[in-house]
Design a protein around this ligand. Structure first.
Ligand code: FES
Length: 195
């Protein structure tokens, strides 16, 4: 049985055909799906090949919202602001900070504005209030002392965790900063969009 996914809405973009795709299975990458729409969901058609006849059925696929977080011109260096993303559910608390130091995934003229989820990837310790401007890090975690480097995509500096802190992907539109996705799995979720 082979499943094929094609976007019908919004925009009705033409996707590569099966012969163009070496794997011949999924015709759209997760990244392409995440950034193809500002909508929270998109309607897709799922083709199920079961023998000679192919049935098509509509399905809803969740995508990350595009959420305005802050204005670049109002940020103060090393002063984080909090926000909820990708929803208002559990473990959605996140922080945005202008660090004054170029960082992986950073936006703005200095590429120094980044955002991360606030929950430790080890056992979900709350990292709010632990940002350190001198080391551009988040931590130490109040539970087992994990500390994360915000200049390098939230990689672990020390402690019990073994996964990087989920980084909130940002876009700059004029002076407005938008959250548009999350790189890495948020603690406590089996899917970032299923809070
Ligand atoms: S929960 Fe953060 S180090 Fe264990």
């Amino acid at each position: 049985m082979t499943n094929q996914v094609q976007i019908l809405e919004p925009g009705a973009r033409k996707l590569p055909s099966k012969k163009d795709h070496p794997a011949g299975k999924c015709l759209i990458s997760r990244r392409k799906m995440l950034f193809s729409s500002g909508m929270a969901t998109a309607t897709v058609m799922v083709s199920v090949n079961a023998g000679p006849a192919a049935a098509k059925m509509p399905a809803m696929v969740a995508t990350y919202p595009r959420k305005k977080i802050a204005k670049l011109g109002e940020l103060k260096t090393d002063v984080p602001i909090g926000f909820e993303y990708p929803d208002d559910g559990a473990f959605a608390s996140s922080m945005l900070v202008k660090m004054g130091t170029e960082a992986g995934g950073g936006i703005g003229p200095q590429k120094d504005v980044v955002a991360f989820n606030y929950f430790c990837t080890h056992q979900g310790g709350d990292l709010s209030g632990t940002y350190k401007g001198d080391t551009k890090s988040l931590g130490a975690c109040p539970l087992h002392l994990s500390t994360y480097d915000l200049t390098r995509h939230g990689i672990l500096i020390s402690g019990q965790a073994y996964q990087s802190l989920p980084q909130v992907l940002l876009e700059l539109d004029g002076d407005d900063i938008y959250a548009v996705g999350v790189f890495g799995l948020i603690f406590g979720r089996y899917d970032n969009l299923q809070g």
